[in-house]
Design a protein around this ligand. Structure first.
Ligand SMILES: C[S@@+](CC[C@H](N)C(=O)[O-])C[C@H]1O[C@@H](n2cnc3c(N)ncnc32)[C@H](O)[C@@H]1O
Length: 333
């Protein structure tokens, strides 16, 4: 599959639509919170009003959140010195606030998004006492936020190396620290030429690093083509999906660029095997999920991929611990 060359006007229309996907992600998360799937005290502050989503979307947000949180917390628990996290295309993500309020230890949390989205986030944090207290009194807040353990930068990820890396570094990003990069439904919107520059730069310039990605896969079956058509109706293309259409290619993306270990699983696997059976029982009581077949189809079209790069065997043992626990044989039913 090839994409036609985009004009500046096309790019600006698409960028605008891509920025809008943040609102959608936040609404789905809030609906999942309000229905009882997820606990998140902070996401409500980032939306004007809640919208109720279908059970499939609620459960999808739950598995996405639970799966990513499991790996992120395991990364933070590795005893390998100070940790920093860089969230690419963070949008209205509230993970920093949730990690801090649950007393998770990290050195610094960086977030990057387009200026239009960071401006909204800055304004909300600035006027919300609860959020600004978490960030701390010493924060400098302007069009971006610079605090002791948090930094919100505006920029275009297509200019990661030339623009964002220098600004990350002048705000405390330290290449020598163990660093987690997150792309939660972000790199999929980018041309793989641009997103791979980020993957390659990290692999070349950091010795101890991990990447966690959540994004769509399987564009070529019937459900996948409808998914792409629906997205296209909103002026959006998943520009990365044909380069990384399945779990194998998701892993190869890192392994072929010098990362030493990579894994990828689809969301059916996460839900069926890696969610505690007690949670299955709890969430089955929240609302009726009639469309089981549709849920499985949707879940097979999203994946979590993760990869790491370390330099010693002892670190390899530590970073191998960032994986899901398999509950297959622990089901009471
Ligand atoms: C689907 S939203 C996901 C937001 C957040 N990661 C989450 O999961 O809640 C995608 C985000 O990526 C951002 N994004 C996409 N391409 C970007 C780029 N080239 N530069 C900066 N941000 C970008 C969008 O503005 C948007 O906020």
């Amino acid at each position: 599959m090839t994409f036609r060359t985009l004009t500046d006007e096309d790019i600006s229309i698409q960028d605008n639509a891509i920025r809008g996907t943040n609102e959608d992600a936040a609404m789905s998360k809030l609906s999942s919170v309000n229905t009882g799937y997820i606990q998140d005290e902070y996401i409500k502050y980032f939306l004007k009003r809640p919208t109720k989503r279908s059970p499939i979307i609620n459960i999808g947000s739950y598995v996405r959140n639970k799966g990513l949180d499991t790996l992120i917390i395991k990364f933070l628990e590795i005893e390998d010195g100070k940790k920093q996290i860089v969230s690419l295309g963070a949008g209205s993500d509230t993970r920093y606030f949730n990690l801090k309020s649950s007393s998770r230890k990290f050195h610094k949390y960086f977030e990057i998004d387009f200026p239009e989205n960071t401006a909204k986030k800055v304004a909300i944090i600035q006027t919300n006492k609860e959020l600004s207290e978490i960030i701390g009194d010493d924060a400098r807040i302007g069009s971006e936020i610079y605090a002791s353990d948090y930094c919100l930068l505006s920029g275009d990820l297509r200019e990661f190396i030339e623009d964002l890396v220098p600004r990350l570094e002048s705000n405390g990003f330290d290449r020598s620290l163990s660093t987690l990069f997150l792309s939660e439904c972000v790199m999929i919107y980018m041309d793989p030429m641009d997103s791979n520059k980020i993957v390659e730069w990290i692999g070349t310039n950091l010795n101890t690093t991990m990447f966690i990605v959540y994004e769509q896969i399987l564009p070529n079956d019937a459900f996948g083509s409808i998914m792409l058509q629906n997205i296209k109706l909103r002026n959006i293309e998943l520009r990365g999906i044909h380069a990384y259409p399945n779990l194998e290619s998701q892993k190869d993306r890192y392994l072929s660029r010098g990362w030493i270990h990579a894994e990828a699983v689809d969301m059916n696997e996460v839900y069926d095997l890696y969610i505690d059976p007690k949670e299955h029982i709890r969430i089955s009581k929240l609302e009726m999920l009639d469309e089981l077949e549709e849920w499985h189809l949707l879940a097979s079209h999203y994946c979590i991929a993760w990869a790491y790069k370390v330099t010693t065997e002892s670190q390899k043992v530590l970073y191998d611990s960032v994986k899901f626990e398999n509950y297959k044989n622990k089901r009471p039913y």
